[in-house]
Design a protein around this ligand. Structure first.
Ligand SMILES: [Ca+2]
Ligand SMILES: [Ca+2]
Length: 559
């Protein structure tokens, strides 16, 4: 067990991150779209919740075809959300509350409406031509067999110049060419621009897609069709030449050097990467000189079971122990919400919360997760999400089946519905007479901030208890982790201990999570431990020599 003083860890290893989707948080001006002013008005809510870091999905200038992940000006604020003055105020108001701000950086591509791409596609000898990836086709076919991340060829033919451009994601998001040094320098200067504005870190969109093979070799075939969170084999193709390119591992180190130019306070990076563990750690650098952290999406589809959660901890600790640190994410703007995945069970949601906020690593809370917001069933063909529209020809019942059996949602609108503030029409997200950009989820009348704040037994108050305990307890926010494998504890109970040195003496937090369907009672393995917090109100888990837990109850004992 590591016995070093860990409470002096850098802030980003101890923090709790809240992912905020600006379009859906709070509309301050009655157009049905969330905005920066609305976010500023709600910052007290996040501070009161003990959120320490806020990551914003992009609010840069964009035609909004991919709702901000298609940027036309990386240094501009989209008019729908506000302007630079408001952004400066937002940064300031967040820092005033002793919180940190993380922006979403889309380095891989721009919008096809970006002035750079408009120039680039105008003619073959334009100075910006080489800022994007252009190739001759093979007869009437694309240059090679590479598929995009969302299926189908990632090559798109441009009639004007009779060449094809490469797009890893949607067709209107052409990839930048990082083999051109001007592109790299320009993008690094954009990073510096935001760091000078005191941004504390960046979440890096599809950072595994930065470089592709310079020889454009065909990708080999694969037997795998269905995409997963741990493999680049998908759509019957092994994307070895178009994803996780060795040059990208070097690129993140260069980006890290740019970040390190700004060290007061230290800044951090978290990368969106879909890969196996061996590949994921490569993005962090052998000398911890790459990305500070990466998302570990294996968590997204983990069944609600003690032994599987235990294996996850063991795997993450094996690959990402000090100086690295795991991340824990259970929903985001692309993937089905956690509570829907858990069969809409609030009690399971509470246990999940206890797990996420006590395990070793950086927790990511997706907005609304704290009140149990669901991914409602929306019709694929009516989607505003272009990725969902790409598959609108598939009959709806297939998506319904995927939701039911595969427990996944392919219509990203379902993850992006308006924040539920209260039980008034439109859930208090926008004025009652305004139509919100996406429909409010029907269960908003029971699941909203207003109601849950006043109910001690709500999911929201469970979050509050655990967030507060985490913030105030060094063992929980900085301690090392060890699984407690004791024969006396039933198998359906996940238990682990976090240890930290506080002013020279050892603090230990013992966590017991009952994933079982029944109440449990077992001999208390720890003498003189004090009860700190539980998922259940009026919990009394220490009874004489035993620990007694309700089904789906999670507790922390402190020693
Ligand atoms: Ca608005
Ligand atoms: Ca790329």
């Amino acid at each position: 067990m590591i016995k070093q003083e860990r409470s002096n860890l850098p802030w980003w290893k101890k923090t709790v991150v809240y992912q905020l989707y600006p379009r859906s948080f709070f509309d301050s001006n009655g157009d049905g779209i969330g905005d920066l002013k609305g976010i500023i008005l709600k910052l007290d809510y996040l501070q009161d919740l003990d959120i320490e870091t806020i990551w914003f999905s992009p609010f840069f200038t964009s035609p909004q075809r991919d709702f901000g992940y298609d940027v036309t000006d990386f240094k501009g604020i989209d008019l729908q959300y506000g302007d630079m003055n408001l952004c400066d105020k937002l940064i300031d108001e967040i820092h005033k509350r002793d919180m940190k701000i993380v922006l979403d950086l889309v380095l891989n591509h721009t919008s096809d409406q970006h002035p750079w791409f408009i120039e680039s596609r105008s003619c073959r000898d334009n100075p910006k031509r080489d800022w994007y990836i252009w190739m001759d086709g093979k007869g009437k076919n694309p240059p090679n067999n590479w598929r995009s991340l969302i299926g189908g060829s990632g090559w798109h033919y441009d009639t004007k110049t009779d060449q094809w451009y490469w797009a890893q994601f949607l067709p209107f998001q052409p990839d930048l060419n990082y083999r051109n040094p001007e592109v790299k320098e320009t993008m690094f200067d954009i990073v510096r621009f935001w760091l000078r504005k005191k941004i504390d870190g960046f979440r890096l969109d599809i950072i595994d897609a930065i470089y592709e093979d310079s020889e454009f070799r065909n990708n080999p075939p694969s037997l795998k069709f269905i995409p997963s969170d741990t493999s680049i084999k998908r759509f019957f193709m092994d994307s070895k030449y178009s994803l996780d390119h060795p040059d990208t591992f070097e690129f993140v180190k260069e980006l890290r050097l740019v970040m390190d130019e700004f060290d007061n306070p230290p800044r951090f990076l978290v990368g969106e990467v879909i890969a196996d563990m061996e590949t994921l750690v490569k993005y962090c650098g052998e000398q911890a000189d790459g990305l500070h952290t990466v998302f570990l999406f294996k968590t997204l589809r983990t069944p609600h079971k003690a032994n599987i959660m235990k294996e996850l901890i063991q795997t993450f600790e094996k690959y990402l122990s000090e100086p690295f640190i795991p991340t824990w994410v259970f929903s985001n703007h692309d993937r089905m919400r956690r509570i829907t995945r858990l069969g809409n069970g609030i009690e399971k949601g509470k246990l999940h919360t206890a797990f996420q906020l006590t395990v070793h690593g950086v927790p990511y809370i997706y907005y609304g997760e704290e009140i149990g917001m669901e991914s409602p069933k929306l019709l694929q063909k009516e989607s505003l999400d272009e990725m969902a529209l790409k598959y609108k020809w598939i009959p709806q019942f297939v998506f319904d089946l995927i939701r039911k059996i595969g427990v996944e949602s392919f219509n990203r609108d379902e993850q992006r519905t308006p924040m539920q503030w209260n039980a008034s029409p439109n859930a208090g997200f926008c004025l009652p007479n305004v139509s919100p950009w996406l429909p409010v989820t029907p269960s908003y009348k029971e699941r909203n901030v207003d109601i849950e704040q006043n109910d001690p037994d709500s999911l929201l108050n469970c979050y509050k208890r655990f967030l507060k305990a985490r913030k105030e307890t060094p063992a929980l926010n900085s301690g090392s982790i060890e699984i407690l494998d004791l024969k006396s504890i039933p198998k359906y109970i996940l238990s682990y201990v976090r240890t930290s040195l506080v002013k020279g003496s050892e603090q230990k937090a013992f966590i017991f999570l009952n994933f079982g369907k029944k109440n449990a009672s077992f001999k208390n393995p720890i003498k003189d431990a004090k009860f700190l917090v539980s998922t259940h109100v009026k919990s009394n888990p220490i009874i004489e020599d035993n620990i007694v837990l309700n089904s789906q109850e999670g507790i922390v004992l402190l020693k």
